[in-house]
Ligand binder design. Structure first.
Ligand code: ADP
Ligand code: MG
Length: 563
């Protein structure tokens, strides 16, 4: 066997494998180059999920003809000169590998004009080889056109997935940049129209509005911290995956479990287990305290001081929540919880004082419930009113009881769904004319792929094209328009189809009144009556109590009427 010296083309194709995995990686590298070139308008057009064509056009510095020719060679970069510069990187790129990699596995045109050049240049490259160079009229900036990605590497082409899948990945990349850069506009288009349109804004909060919509944008609060900027959406709007937590270091998108955990820990008491916030957070860290050169596509970086990062993020979220007065508006209110814990302690008259982690002590709850179950409520209870739009107070034969309105309705809905489900299917209601929902390309394809399964859970959806679906039927018990989109997405993202019990619990939660919603007398009475008829009226499907009893004897004791 002889040892061969690989030719430049093969070396480039091998290197390309590391940087360019799929169309979305091309989009990422080209956007980063545009950002590094100082562009503030970046337009992206893709065809066939980027497999056929990707165009990224910017109004940045542009390149002279000589530089443009050099840019597609391996290890050519204008961003660093030697290894020492690696510790001082403020640009997205520095390895000089992207353009050479993309060029070696596609048919690429570079149209570019530097501010100082009289005319622009158009350079045609095929499989890494320059085929043609000509002068053209053009505006300052750069337009890179990537045709037929992997046309000369069939093995890689074979690994590309469906058009929808590749498109989703591209959309996600554009969204990540769109969320963090305020003074840059991003537009992403495909054959069907505009998928992302993010204008220049004044804040990350405004970016969130333009990308996730007004309903979400309205609910954001800014983070408070030095060298940390960003916005978090109030926990009343939440998602079923971590994908909506976007973390950046010096505006470079990264995946960081440490940072995600810090955000989640700070919001722990305010968000249901298994639900995640929408957040966009940028950390400014001196380049010499980072090693960005860890991962080929630079998504993973090493923090020199992870502990410090964790606590800074944690405090910034806590501080933001405090400024936003979140504790008085959100569904779980520590102040209310404290009185609740105290009452429980006195009621049980036990020596050991429950801590705020009371909910975690399952035994205590069960003890409490056993004593509850002895009482048989008669249904004609007297409703005294609602406290903090969260708890219903009723007078009972023995004293009074406090009902958690959300937990109570959850229990009622859960039993109803369960019964319907075992009887053959969730009861549906037809929506007059349907309800159209605009989605991102990714969300759209996910829902369309699962149309049949959704039908079994009581949702009838129709493809309206152009990232839009029409919802024709929903379970009879659901009525919330706004939550519909999130409900559908959560079901498919969590693949609840294989976990029927989880699906039922989730849907009963969604169908239920929330803490913080005002109820009139009739609504309270209906809810209380239904709860009393439930098979298991004392806990919600997640195991938390639905009602707590406060007997007269306790009041008498507290007021020292009796010894
Ligand atoms: P890197 O970004 O790591 O330097 P690339 O291969 O992505 O490597 O790009 C090589 C060089 O080409 C860059 O350093 C830059 O000088 C130039 N370049 C690439 N894209 C653009 C662009 N959109 N506008 C101006 N210059 C660009
Ligand atoms: Mg680059």
């Amino acid at each position: 066997m002889s040892i061969n010296q690989l030719d430049e083309e093969t070396i480039n194709q091998i290197a390309a494998g590391e940087v360019i995995e799929r169309p979305a990686s091309v989009v990422k590298e080209l956007i980063e180059n545009s950002i590094d070139a100082g562009a503030d308008e970046i337009d992206i057009v893709v065809a066939d999920g980027g497999r056929k064509k990707i165009v990224v056009e910017d109004n940045g510095s542009g390149m002279s003809q000589d530089n443009a020719k050099r840019s597609i060679l391996r290890h050519t970069t204008s961003k660093i000169k030697d290894y020492n510069d690696l510790w001082n990187i403020m640009t997205m790129g520095f390895r000089g590998e992207a353009l050479s990699s993309i060029a070696s596995v596609s048919q690429m045109d570079i149209v570019t004009k530097a501010g100082s050049s009289a005319s622009g240049s158009c350079i045609r490259v095929e499989g890494g080889r320059i085929e043609n160079v000509k002068s053209v009229a053009s505006n300052q900036g750069t337009k890179i056109i990537v045709n037929n990605l992997f046309f000369n590497v069939p093995a890689r082409k074979k690994f590309l997935k469906s058009r929808n899948y590749e498109q989703k990945n591209i959309t996600d990349v554009v969204i990540k940049y769109g969320l963090i850069y305020t003074n840059k506009s991003f537009v992403l288009r495909n054959e069907e129209g505009i998928l992302v349109e993010k204008p220049k804004t004044n804040s990350i909060g405004e970016n969130i509005t333009s990308i996730y919509g007004l309903d979400v944008g309205r609910e954001t609060f800014p983070l408070r911290g030095e060298k940390i900027s960003g916005y978090v959406v109030k926990p009343t709007i939440n998602r079923s995956s971590r994908d909506y937590i976007s973390v950046y270091v010096n505006k470079r998108f990264i995946k960081s479990k440490i940072v995600e955990d810090a955000i989640l820990d700070a919001m722990k008491t305010l968000i249901f287990h298994g639900r995640f916030p929408i957040a966009v957070l940028n950390l400014e860290i001196e380049p010499d305290r980072l090693d960005v050169n860890v991962h080929p596509s630079k998504k993973i970086i090493k923090f020199t001081d992870e502990n410090d990062v964790y606590w800074r993020v944690y405090e910034s979220v806590k501080g933001g929540m405090k400024d936003a007065d979140l504790f008085t508006t959100s569904s779980v209110k520590p102040a209310v919880q404290e009185t609740f814990f105290d009452s429980t302690k006195n009621l049980e008259n036990s020596g050991n004082s429950p801590s705020p982690s009371y909910f975690k002590k399952k035994d205590d709850i069960q003890g409490q419930l056993v004593c509850e179950q002895k009482e048989d409520y008669n249904i004609g209870v007297n409703i005294l009113g609602q406290v903090h739009k969260t708890y219903i107070i009723i007078e009972t034969k023995e004293g009074y009881s406090v009902i958690d309105q959300h937990a109570a309705e959850e229990r009622v809905n859960y039993e109803k769904f369960k019964e319907q489900f075992t009887r053959g299917g969730i009861e549906k209601q037809e929506l007059l004319g349907g309800f159209t929902i605009d989605l991102t390309a990714a969300e759209y394809s996910l829902l369309i792929e699962n149309t049949e399964k959704l039908e079994q859970l009581g949702f009838g959806i129709e493809d309206f094209g152009q990232n839009c679906i029409n919802v024709r039927k929903i379970p009879s018990s659901l009525d919330s328009d706004f939550e519909l989109k999130d409900t559908l997405l959560s079901i498919v993202q969590n693949n609840f189809f294989d976990k029927k019990e989880e699906a039922l619990k989730y849907m009963s939660c969604r169908a239920s009144v929330k803490a913080g919603e005002e109820l009139n007398n009739k609504q309270m009475r209906d809810l209380v009556n239904k709860l009393f008829k439930a098979n298991n009226k004392y806990t919600c499907p997640h195991g938390r109590p639905t009602m707590l009893r406060y007997p007269l004897s306790k009041l008498e004791k507290d007021f020292k009427r009796v010894a």
